[in-house]
Design a protein around this ligand. Structure first.
Ligand code: PLP
Length: 451
């Protein structure tokens, strides 16, 4: 039988459980539980197979920045598929969509970023970065500088290389991660780990872990530090204001490369084109994906500063993916960037909707269960706690209350995610003020139901 949107939900769920293996999911846990089947979407609204309209507070997976249902992107894909559905960019060939997208990214990126290496995803792009920084140092005559320092609870992807760069211990426990010469320092999560320190003191303490690590490992062996400007999947951890300036000082002092993983923070999420601009940092490489195409096509890449690009361009870099610079993905990304740019969506986030969201989001701290609310641009998190004053954790296993809260949100037709006992949001950048009000009201109601 042909499987369509019109089949009864229970039949779709049974077929899904029988054949489809889901990422980051306990497979047998799904059977009989009934996954929600999403059938269509428009703006910030998802529709499921039972006809419910759900406010997508996560923009898919932090990616549908321009919102769902933009026909221009479908048309760009169709045009490109008819004209040139595929050609590779290996071996002395290129094509117009890859040229145009790399030029546009160079135009949008901070000064001195004029080179792009394409990949099919954020994970692939971070694998590129790992090999690129090691190649860079080898070409500079310092091949022993191959250690990359990252942070616990960072998320840089799911491939063996990018998963090793990431700091998710659950991932490291499976499948041979981390690979050698990756080192992790702690994340700047003041709420959970700041103890008696002020956020400012704690920011410095966490940043100085980088310097300690460099000294212990040997400055001549450390090649790069990788970090998300605002840690996303680790719980939307907005660092204290002292954190990034100190990291920048240390990176500069030891001359190591800084990789800013902009997969979530890029393309308007923090109120600027790049999170590095919001956090006022000067990376050498920026990882991009997700919002680059607003998720309409799978595409990622590394935007590389002139100095690193010059070294890498001086050798044959034995690296690339069949879909590096896929023409259809590039054409769709280009159209997405045109819309973000011409419709002033990033500016509107910065000047109008993000300040409004911040004001409303912070009212959630008046709820008895909510300790802190942290938000930058259109990415935010709240910490759930049984006792605000002591910033206590729940007695139940970490994540239990967060999970219940996420389930209540979903039942109330709002998508929020939980990371342990933090609840996070990252809505499409086109969310309106009225829709923000609905988001906050549903979040509040769901929190009430967690009591
Ligand atoms: N880097 C960051 C900061 C991410 O959040 C993600 C995905 O969530 C990735 C990299 C991996 O990207 P992808 O899932 O496209 O491989």
């Amino acid at each position: 039988a042909v499987i369509t949107n019109h089949m009864p939900t229970s039949e779709l769920q049974a077929l899904d459980a029988a054949h489809h293996m889901h990422p980051f999911t306990h497979g047998t846990g799904l059977a009989g539980k009934g996954v929600r089947v999403i059938t269509r979407a428009n703006g910030v609204w998802l529709t499921d197979s039972d006809g419910n309209r759900i406010l997508d507070g996560m923009a898919g997976l932090w990616c549908v920045n321009i919102g769902y249902g933009r026909k221009e992107l479908a048309q760009a894909a169709a045009r490109q598929m008819e004209e040139l559905p595929f050609y590779n960019t290996f071996f002395q060939t290129t094509h117009v969509p890859a040229i145009a997208l790399s030029q546009k990214l160079a135009e949008l990126a901070p000064e001195g970023f004029n080179h792009v290496f394409f990949a099919g995803s954020g994970s692939e792009a971070n694998d590129t970065n790992l090999r690129m920084v090691r190649t860079y140092w080898a070409e500079k005559g310092q091949p022993e500088r191959n250690i990359v320092i990252s942070r616990w609870n960072a998320y840089h992807g799911s491939s063996v290389g990018s998963g090793s760069l990431g700091g998710m211990k659950g991932m490291h426990m499976q499948g041979g991660m981390p690979i050698p010469d990756i080192h992790h320092i702690d994340q700047p999560n003041w709420w959970a780990e700041g103890g008696d320190m002020t956020p400012e003191e704690f920011g410095l303490e966490r940043a100085r872990q980088l310097e300690t690590a460099i000294q212990e490992l040997g400055p001549e062996r450390v090649g790069a530090f990788i970090a998300e400007p605002v840690q996303g999947a680790g719980g939307v951890i907005v660092p204290p204001e002292t954190y990034w300036p100190e990291i920048q000082r240390i990176v500069d002092k030891y001359g190591i490369l800084l990789i800013a993983d902009e997969v979530i923070c890029g393309f308007g999420r923090t109120g600027n084109w790049f999170g590095s601009q919001t956090m006022n940092i000067r990376p050498h490489i920026m990882t991009v994906a997700k919002g680059l195409s607003s998720g309409y096509q799978p595409i990622g890449g590394s935007i590389i500063c002139d100095e690193v690009a010059e070294v890498i361009n001086g050798v044959e870099f034995n690296h690339g993916y069949t879909y590096s610079g896929h023409p259809v993905a590039c054409a769709v990304a280009l159209e997405n960037l045109r819309i973000l740019d011409e419709e002033g969506i990033v500016t509107r986030v910065r000047e109008e909707t993000a300040p409004y969201l911040k004001e409303k989001f912070e009212t959630l701290t008046e709820h008895p269960l909510v300790g802190e609310a942290k938000i930058v641009g259109m990415m935010g998190s709240i910490a759930l706690t049984p006792d605000k004053a002591s910033r206590a954790a729940f007695e139940s296993e970490a994540g239990t209350v967060g999970f219940i809260c996420r389930e209540r949100c979903f039942a109330n037709n709002l998508v929020m995610r939980h990371v342990g006992d933090r609840m996070i949001i990252s809505p499409p950048l086109v969310i309106s003020k009225d829709e923000i009000d609905i988001l906050i009201a549903r979040a509040w109601q769901s929190l009430d139901e967690c009591h």
